[in-house]
Design a protein around this ligand. Structure first.
Ligand SMILES: Nc1ncnc2c1ncn2[C@@H]1O[C@H](COP(=O)(O)OP(=O)(O)OP(=O)(O)O)[C@@H](O)[C@H]1O
Ligand SMILES: [Mg+2]
Length: 369
C-alpha cells in the first residue's frame, strides 16, 4: 500500500501509522523500503510529532521545508528526517468518520505541495481506511471465534467433570450405603425369629444408613445445582453453606448487591469447593468468606487459618491438567475464566490459604470487539 501511495503521489517515501485499539498511540504499520524494516518498531503518542498532531487534530499538515523549526516536528533518528525536505501528513478516516491512522509522504527534494496534492492524498487515505478497518474487523471476528471455541471446550470439560463427580458420589457414597443397608436388613430378617433384640439393632443401623443415603443424595443434587440460591439469595446461601461445616467456625461478610444469576451460582460453587478443601486439607479452625463489589467487579474470598500448602506442588493442578491431587482447584479456575475473571490462590505452608475469585460484573465470557 505504501508503495502504491508513493507512486500515485509521485513522492519518495510513505509511512502508514495506525492508531492502537485504545486510541492513544500511533504505531508504524507500513512503509516503503528501506523503512519497512521498522514496521512495528516505531510508536508515537497521539499528539506527539507531526503525525501525532494530525491524529489529534484530524486535519492534514503540510511542511514544505525546514521542518526542524516546525514546533510539531519530532526527530526520530531511524526515520532519517534529515534526508527528506517536504512532507504531507493526512488523517486516515473511514467513510463513517472513524480515525484509524495517519498517512505521510515525503520528498527528498523540496516540493511546493498544493491543495490538490493534499486532496489526492486524502482520497487515497479514504480508500485505504476502509481496507484497514475491514482487516481489523476480520481479525476481531477471528479472535472472537477462537474465544468461543475455547469457551465451548471448557464448558464440555466442566460438564464431563461434573458427571464424573456425580458418578463418584453415587458410587462411593450412596451405593455403598445401600449395599450395607441391604446387609443389615438381611441380618435383621435372619434374626427376627430367634433373636428379636439383634434384629432390632440391625434395623436401627439400617435406618441410620437410609438416612445417610438420603443426605448424600441431597448433597449430590445440591452440587449439581444449588437450589438454596433460588430460595434465599447468595448471602444467606453462603451463610447456610458455612453452617453445613459444623467443624469449622465460618464467618460470612457480604455487602448488599445485585448479582446476575449465573455469577451467583459461580460464587456459590467456588465457596463450596473452597470450603470442602478447607475441611479436607487445611486443619483450620476459622474460615472467613467475604463477598465484596468494587466497581465493575465482584470478589469472593475464602480465607482459612489452616496449614496452607505449597503452590508449586499443586501447581500442575492450577495449570488445569487435573493435578496430582484433584479437580477442585482447576475446576474453580476454569469457571473463573469462563466468566472472563480469574482465580487467585494465596498460600504457603503454615500460612493459611486464601482463595479469591474475581469476576467482572459486565461479564462477557467472550471478549467482544
Ligand atoms: N485450603 C487448603 N488448605 C490446605 N491445602 C489445600 C487447600 N486447598 C487445596 N489444598 C491442597 O491442594 C490440593 C489440590 O486441591 P484440589 O481441590 O484441586 O484437589 P482435592 O481437594 O485433593 O480433590 P477434589 O477437589 O477433586 O476432591 C489438595 O490436595 C491439597 O493438598
Ligand atoms: Mg478439592
Amino acid at each position: 500500500m505504501a508503495n502504491l501511495v508513493t507512486e500515485t503521489t509521485a513522492t519518495d517515501v510513505c509511512f502508514v501509522h495506525l492508531i492502537d485499539e485504545d486510541g492513544r498511540a500511533l504505531r508504524l504499520r507500513g512503509a516503503t523500503p528501506p523503512f519497512d524494516q521498522l514496521v512495528g518498531k516505531i510508536e508515537l503518542a497521539v499528539g506527539e510529532g507531526v503525525s501525532g498532531w494530525v491524529a489529534d487534530h484530524g486535519e492534514p499538515a503540510v511542511i514544505i521545508g525546514d521542518k526542524i523549526s516546525d514546533p510539531r516536528y519530532r526527530y526520530i533518528p531511524a526515520l532519517r528526517g534529515e534526508d527528506y525536505t517536504s512532507m504531507i501528513s493526512v488523517p486516515v478516516v473511514t467513510p463513517l468518520g472513524h480515525l484509524v491512522g495517519v498517512l505521510n509522504v515525503h520528498t527528498r527534494l523540496r516540493r511546493e505541495f498544493t491543495t490538490s496534492d493534499v486532496d489526492l492524498l486524502r482520497s487515497v487515505a479514504g480508500l485505504v481506511a476502509g481496507a484497514i478497518e475491514n482487516a481489523r474487523l476480520h481479525q476481531r471476528l477471528a479472535e472472537r471465534e477462537e474465544a468461543l471455541e475455547r469457551f465451548a471446550e471448557q464448558t464440555m470439560e466442566w460438564q464431563e467433570h461434573e458427571r464424573r463427580r456425580l458418578a463418584g458420589e453415587i458410587h462411593d457414597g450412596i451405593s455403598q450405603r445401600i449395599v450395607s443397608l441391604f446387609f443389615h436388613l438381611s441380618a435383621a430378617a435372619d434374626a427376627i425369629g430367634t433373636s428379636p433384640d439383634l434384629a432390632a439393632e440391625q434395623i436401627a443401623r439400617a435406618q441410620e444408613l437410609a438416612g445417610a443415603a438420603l443426605d448424600e443424595t441431597r448433597l449430590a443434587i445440591a452440587g449439581l445445582r444449588p437450589p438454596v440460591l433460588d430460595d434465599l439469595g447468595l448471602a444467606p446461601s453462603l451463610a447456610s453453606l458455612g453452617r453445613s461445616f459444623p467443624q469449622l467456625d465460618v464467618q460470612v461478610e457480604t455487602t448488599e448487591q445485585q448479582i446476575a444469576e449465573h455469577l451467583e451460582t459461580a460464587m456459590y460453587r467456588t465457596a463450596q469447593e473452597a470450603l470442602q478443601n478447607v475441611a479436607k486439607h487445611a486443619g483450620a479452625q476459622t474460615v472467613r468468606i467475604r463477598l465484596t463489589a468494587p466497581p465493575g467487579r465482584i470478589v469472593l474470598e475464602v480465607a482459612d487459618d489452616g496449614t496452607g500448602f505449597d503452590l508449586a506442588v499443586a501447581g500442575s493442578a492450577l495449570a488445569g491438567q487435573g493435578g496430582p491431587s484433584g479437580f477442585g482447584l482447576p475446576g474453580m479456575r476454569e469457571r473463573a475464566e469462563l466468566l472472563g475473571g480469574r482465580l487467585e490462590i494465596i498460600t504457603a505452608p503454615g500460612r493459611g490459604t486464601t482463595v479469591r475469585l474475581i469476576v467482572p460484573t459486565a461479564a462477557r465470557s467472550v471478549p467482544a470487539g
